[in-house]
Ligand binder design. Sequence first.
Ligand code: KIV
Ligand code: ZN
Length: 389
Amino acid sequence: MTAKDKLYIFDTTLRDGEQSPGASMTRDEKIRIAKMLEKMRVDIIEAGFAIASKGDFESIQAIAKAVKDSTICSLARAVPGDIERAAEAIKPANSGRIHTFIATSPIHMQYKLKMQPPQVLEQAVSAVKLARNHTDDVEFSLEDASRSEFDFMCKIIESVIDAGARTINLPDTVGYGEPEEYGAMFGRLINAIPNADKAIFSTHCHNDLGLAVANSLAAVMHGARQVECTINGLGERAGNAALEEIVMAVRTRQDMMPVETDLDATHIVPTSRLVSSITGFAVQPNKAIVGANAFAHESGIHQDGVLKHRETYEIMRAEDVGWNTNKLVLGKHSGRAAVKARFEALGITFDNPEALSAAFERFKDLADKKHEIFDEDLQALVSDVKPQS
Ligand code: KIV
Ligand code: ZN
């Protein structure tokens, strides 16, 4: 087996995630989440946007003091005031990063920045140089990269790497990219830029078309070695790529992935719950990895299969991402094997197959009237039958 590259996990729940309307968090809440991310061995935590508010600045500073094993990062526009404020906020960190950005797409340069490409290039280079006066760890993002012109991106990336940027992030800011095109963009840029080997290329995808995770993985297949993502996919508009999905896709499909992560995935579910309870953003039941139904089986055929061998219907283990166990939900689609197994787990066995059949028939009658059958329902079903226990 050939050695795999490390994929750096950059979590932006506390910055881009907080940009979800209604998801703002207090300083103490952010510290609690940051500590969980550290425990999970996230490589880089983007703790906020220091210039955005006094509260954001103080949160970044407090996280930089409290978290010692992950790199702590602040976002900054490519302007001196933002960079100085970001530098001040990350000062207490063991390892601190400044993440500076400017838009590079024609539509953003013309209408939002009202700047010509040469001015954008100059501002980007000055920002990176200024940030490098404060830390060796400088990330530069080409905002709206997926709608930017290739030749301009080549020029600006080569220049900011020369100026000292060590991570180059190519965001799909508006979630417009599609996997083949977005992935190929990384491959083409990495091949075309002469000093590309001096930087780590990073992906940052939004989920407007539901493609954020697919686009991030496509970028990884074409050379990206950092993924920016959030817990539960929280983020602007339709959200960002979900950390849990990226990490488990990389782990579950090691057969085809060129990378591996250092993440301790057993903290995924507790972290997801913490973020959900703090922000008040519920996780949909069918959400991959962290949804309540992600490891639940109701149909009889599936339950029978899982009871015989878990891998018949499970591609990863619930315990590996922090659930207690997988769950066989008893309902009207459940089969005899699952119902018998649950009775047995409750200490209830039957003298003969006919007794089990009678109990199973009662179960089916009840399941027609009730969404889910709980242990107490099963106990009640056989309370007047003499079970062998
Ligand atoms: O989506 C985006 O482009 C961003 C940048 C600031 C990195 O969040
Ligand atoms: Zn973003």
